[in-house]
Every structure is written in C-alpha cells, then in structure tokens.
Design a protein around this ligand. Structure first.
Ligand SMILES: NC(=O)c1ccc[n+]([C@@H]2O[C@H](COP(=O)([O-])OP(=O)(O)OC[C@H]3O[C@@H](n4cnc5c(N)ncnc54)[C@H](OP(=O)(O)O)[C@@H]3O)[C@@H](O)[C@H]2O)c1
Length: 334
C-alpha cells in the first residue's frame, strides 16, 4: 500500500491516538501544527514527527504534506478545510466534520474542484465488524430490516466552558456523540431517513444535553436514537430484522456482535477486527482512497448524517454563534 505524508492539525487526545496508531504500524506522522506551538513541539518529540510548523498555515504550504488530519473543535473545521483543500491537500477531518450542511457542501465542492479526497474520520465506516454486519443485513440473511436502536450516553461534568457544553466551541450531544449514533443508523438503513421526530433538553449553556430522535426512511425502516451528555448508557446497538436481531457491544469501536436467529433461538457470536486498531483502519482506508484503489471513505453517508443534524438543530432552534446572521465575533484562525 502506498504510504503518504500525514500532518496532524491539533495535538489533543485523539491526535495522540492517531500518532499511536501509526506508531503501532511502524509509521510516523510527517508533520504537526497546533494553536499552542509548544504542545506541537512536545508532541513531535514524543512521536518522532519530522516537521513542526511555526504557524498552522505553513502546513498547508508544505509541498511534502499529502494528507491533513484535523482534530480541533468542530467550529474551527471549516476554516482549516477551506485552506487545506485550496492548497491541494487531502483531508481527513474529525467528527463532526462541519457545523452544518452548508459548510460541508462548500468543502465538498472545493475537494471535487481540486480532485482531492475529503472525508470525516467516522470510525463506524471503517471497523471491519460493521462492514461484515452490513453485508449480512443487506444480503437479506436475516430478512428485511425493520428497526434500529442506538443509545449513546457519556457523563461529562457540568462545565459550560469546555468543548462539550460551550456553544462557542459548537458543544452539545448531537455533534459530539449523536454523530456516531446517526452514522451507525445510516450505515445500515437502505436510504437516508426522510421523516424525523425529536425531543431535546438543553444544558444550562443552551446546547443540547439530551435528545430522543425517531427516524424513518422511505422504505419504512425505522430507528430510535437516545443521546445524553450527562449519564452513561450501555454501549449497545440493536438491529432488528424479520428473522433475527443483531446486538453490537462496545460501540462505536466494536469488535463483537451477537446475532440471534429468532425462528429457532440460535445465537451466533461474530468477532471481526480489533478495537485497538480503530484509528489504523481509518488511516488505511484514507490512504487506499487517496491512492485511487477504492473509495472507502463514504462522504455520501457523512452528507446524509450532516443533513439530519442540521435539520434537527433547525427544529430545536439551536444555532451556533457562527450561524447567526451577520456574525462577526471571531478572530480569523489563519
Ligand atoms: N477524544 C476522543 O475520544 C475523540 C474521538 C473521536 C473524535 N474526536 C473529535 O476530535 C476533536 C478534538 O477532540 P479531542 O478530544 O482531541 O480534543 P482536545 O484534547 O481538547 O484537543 C483539541 C485540540 O484542538 C486545539 N484547539 C482547541 N481550541 C482551538 C481553537 N479555538 N482553534 C484552534 N485549535 C484549537 C487544541 O489546541 P491547544 O493545544 O492550543 O489547546 C488541541 O490541539 C473533536 O472534534 C472531537 O469530536 C475526539
């Protein structure tokens, strides 16, 4: 497989995981850039990264940089996406890729115009287990798909300044964890849902702390999604078909599922891939896609999920500062 020069824009929790995933394969990130330069210097020392950029824009200007990996807060993504794609760089961007559909379509148009790969780092689209389960569901072995249930609960301490609750950092359950639940749902549904009902409870900062979402696609396949940023829930997804149901454990980086064949009660345990390799699967699929060997990145599904989230926030009346008409409150990042 062709190897590319990756540059990490950001060096927080998930960027560390990416660097570790590369190291486990005997690879290194090529470059790193970060708002706080000193942290980039330390990150580079820790992971043997060749280039540390003085300014973030220097990464986009580096002809040796092939793929930019963005892992800064959601509301900063679009500015970095624009700059990277205009500079001819492929981009793998952490979830949620953009605040809304308008931003995503702008970035997708830039990528298309410049012949670049633009993708969201959505674990679910790359874990081998989900690929196997999707083949199983779409192949009809369990009969027609009827209902998906997906819960995601994460207990975050009440701190209205952190990225989970702060509207100025595009906080809220939907963009932080709902994006996983909806991507799981979309991965298995045969079409994008066109009917949507929901209830949302805001956090003290006004962003969505909890939500219940009910979806149906034109084929009548349905899904329920329960999200909370202030309580844990079992990490389990259920996919129910006519002749059986699938339970996925330790979602989203799942490696095990149990299939129950309801006609005879038989249970089958399916194991595929490794939780610990979750980020490596994303890197590998991105490189294969950039090399033109296959399109493994599923931007079409990212678009459907982003559209759903845009619609839901529209129904909740939840707009981030950047989405307010005439917004001029932020210093440019670049
Ligand atoms: N943590 C996870 O398990 C996980 C998993 C998957 C995806 N993600 C996604 O990855 C992204 C980052 O998550 P994280 O947990 O890695 O966060 P984190 O540890 O807080 O790191 C955030 C990074 O973004 C930079 N940053 C913060 N505010 C910024 C701003 N206003 N402008 C430019 N850069 C800024 C930080 O730079 P400084 O060093 O200057 O603060 C740091 O490098 C989020 O979009 C999240 O949804 C996280």
């Amino acid at each position: 497989m062709k190897e590319y020069n990756w540059v990490s824009l950001g060096c927080g929790v998930i960027a560390n995981e990416l660097a570790q995933a590369m190291a486990a394969q005997g690879r290194h990130l090529y470059g790193v850039a970060n708002r706080t330069h000193q942290k980039a210097v330390e990150f580079a020392q820790k992971y043997g990264v060749e280039r540390v950029y003085e300014r973030i824009e220097d990464a986009f200007a580096d002809p040796k940089a092939d793929i930019i990996y963005i892992s800064t807060p959601h509301n900063t993504h679009i500015e970095y996406l624009r700059a990277a794609l205009k500079s001819g760089k492929h981009v793998l961007c952490e979830k949620s890729i953009t605040l809304n559909t308008g931003e995503l379509e702008e970035a997708a148009a830039l990528a298309e115009k410049n012949g670049l790969v633009l993708a969201e780092a959505m674990t679910i689209y790359h874990m081998p287990l989900y690929r196997r389960l999707r083949e199983l569901v779409q192949g009809g072995a369990l009969g027609p798909l009827r209902m998906i249930q997906m819960n995601f609960g994460s207990y975050k301490e009440y701190d209205m300044e952190n990225r989970f609750f702060n509207p100025r950092l595009a906080g809220g359950a939907l963009l932080d964890i709902g994006v996983y639940a909806l991507s799981f749902v979309r991965w298995f549904l045969s079409q994008a849902p066109d009917r949507v009902l929901s209830q949302m409870k805001p956090a003290p900062s006004g962003v969505d702390e909890q939500a219940g979402i009910l979806l149906m696609d034109p084929a009548g396949e349905m899904a329920t999604v329960a999200l909370t940023l202030h309580a844990k829930q079992p990490k389990r997804g259920t996919i129910a078909c006519d002749k059986g149901y699938i339970e996925v454990y330790e979602y989203p980086r799942a490696e095990e599922a149990v299939i129950t064949y309801t006609q005879d009660g038989r249970r089958e345990v399916l194991r595929e891939g490794r939780t610990g390799d979750a980020l490596w699967y994303e890197i590998r699929d991105m490189e294969r896609t950039v090399a033109g060997e296959a399109d493994e990145m599923h931007l079409d599904l990212t678009r459907d999920v982003t559209e759903l989230m845009t619609r839901l926030r529209g129904e909740w009346g939840l707009r981030y500062p950047e989405e307010e008409p005439g917004y001029a409150g932020k210093e440019p990042l670049l």
